[in-house]
Write a protein that binds this ligand. Structure first.
Ligand code: ADP
Ligand code: MG
Length: 461
């Protein structure tokens, strides 16, 4: 369905620009219900998400929708009743958390341990979308992958602790979550704790502030069989938390429990990390994870597209893998954007679409007005403003007019009715047809392609 593909692309981009916590709490279980008359209706699970999106993230949502080809004048957030049990669960969690006020937004470990039995609480934090099966192995991540696999065979015996570091979006969270999921699949009662460092810090601070003692907190973390802590670079500068983490680490290590950590830098480069932690982090195995190489990126793209039932041809795959090369999150974002683009226009993903997409994606100065675009298009084709805005249907006027419409769409992301209005047309379907026509012609007509790229160059010269 076109809304859901578009929304996936939007979420993919938002995931890049907000923190993981914000993404999971506010965006993850939302959906685009419909887009009509420039109003986008987004379904959300409850009133808290609605308020938060309205007050804090509305402009980000509009901006990202616009980047993905639609230009809403307004977004409505509706509490949606057709929500899955998973969303319902989230809703009750949010309600529970909100009810006790902002300073207590997390359950204490004790509370959590009594909800749904020990196994359930210890499973918290794992997301089953991260598995070894859907992780593509290649140069850059194979060592980390092998170490994680080995740990699953016999947690706590080899590579303890495992410390994986590398840049953002290269698959660290995916891999270390996959370890938790795989161990849990083999041993459903294993006490696996996955926590982001931010969560660890927050829970520690809450336990001090609210309960005035940290014993529940400590026993929860020290009672795990496998402790997975993501992004430990955030321990920097937090003395008391480092102290707590030190004791947790020692207890687990002495009991031969597995510890896995990720970070964006090696232990020696984490500033203000206590020496005793720094040395312990390096006791086991430290792995430098790299951005996957070109071939691996291609394989990842084909696997992700395949997962959506789409077959990407080699040329398209390579073009995407070349352009989105810094990390896998960006690669996924580019793929989703491409699929949404194609779906909305009813075209197959081909190399021309990829070029057009990246072309319109380049950062453009924002000070160009619709009027300027039309004027420059008219001048480029040596016709008058009167003609381009007027009723004449001669071919040497119609084509520039269509190109002007296309430019308003690709450069300013204006809505169809606005584009029609700017060109003195009453009916916005004219704009839709014109833009579609130019977009299609860009794929096979060399002269149209040339006009458009020259025009763009002049526009921003
Ligand atoms: P990091 O924690 O290093 O910032 P993530 O684990 O969050 O990165 O990865 C970003 C995205 O890329 C996730 O959606 C993840 O599933 C995907 N990803 C990363 N590496 C791979 C891979 N080798 N195979 C499949 N998906 C991957
Ligand atoms: Mg991560």
């Amino acid at each position: 369905m076109q809304e859901s593909t578009l929304w996936q692309a939007v979420l993919g981009e938002i995931e890049l620009s907000v923190s993981r916590g914000n993404f999971v709490t506010w965006f993850k279980n939302t959906q685009l219900i419909r887009y009509k008359d420039e109003v986008a209706v987004v379904g959300v699970a409850n009133i808290f998400v609605k308020n938060q999106l309205e007050n804090k993230f509305n402009s980000l949502v509009i901006e990202t929708l616009t980047k993905n080809g639609i230009t809403p004048s307004r977004v409505e957030y509706k509490i949606h009743t057709g929500i899955s049990p998973q969303i319902k669960r989230l809703e009750s969690d949010v309600l529970r958390n909100q009810a006790v006020g902002p300073s207590q937004t997390r359950q204490s470990p004790r509370q959590r341990a009594t909800i749904g039995g020990v196994t359930h609480s210890y499973r918290q934090g794992l997301n089953d979308r991260y598995s070894f099966e859907n992780f593509v192995v290649g140069a850059g991540n194979e060592l980390a992958y092998a170490a994680c696999q080995a740990i699953c065979q016999k947690p706590g015996s080899k590579y303890n602790p495992l410390f994986i570091y590398g840049g953002v979006g290269i698959g660290k969270t995916h891999l270390i979550q996959a370890v938790g999921n795989a161990i849990l699949a083999a041993k459903p009662n294993a006490r696996i704790v996955y926590a982001s460092t931010e969560q660890f810090v927050q829970e520690f601070v809450d336990s001090l502030r609210i309960k005035k003692n940290t014993s529940d907190f400590a026993s929860f973390y020290r009672g795990s069989d496998v402790l997975i802590v993501d992004d430990v670079q955030f321990l920097a500068g937090k003395e008391r938390v480092q102290d707590e983490f030190f004791h947790t680490f020692n207890t687990l290590y002495q009991a031969n429990k597995q510890i896995i950590m990720s970070s964006d830098k090696p232990p020696k480069d984490i500033p203000t990390l206590e020496e005793r932690l720094r040395s312990r982090f390096a006791w086991g195995m430290t792995i430098d994870m790299q951005t996957p190489d070109f071939e691996t990126r291609c394989a990842i793209l084909q696997s992700k597209a395949g997962g959506q039932g789409i077959n990407l041809n080699q040329a398209v795959t390579e073009a995407l893998a070349t352009r989105a090369s810094s990390n896998i999150r960006e690669l996924e974002g580019a793929l989703n954007q491409l699929l949404a683009w194609c779906e909305m226009r009813g075209v197959e993903p081909d190399i021309a679409v990829v070029s057009a997409m990246f072309e319109s994606d380049k950062a453009r100065p924002k000070h160009i007005s619709a009027r300027q675009i039309i004027e420059r298009t008219a001048r480029h084709f040596h016709i008058s403003m009167e003609d381009i805005l007027g009723p004449k249907r001669d071919k040497d006027i119609v084509v520039p007019r269509q190109i002007a419409m296309y430019m308003l769409r690709s450069e300013l992301h204006l809505s169809y009715p606005k584009i029609a209005h700017e060109l003195g047309r009453k009916d916005h379907t004219t704009a839709i047809h014109s833009i579609d026509k130019i977009e299609k012609e860009l794929g096979y007509d060399g002269s149209i392609k040339q006009y458009v790229s020259e025009l763009k160059e002049r526009l921003y010269a």
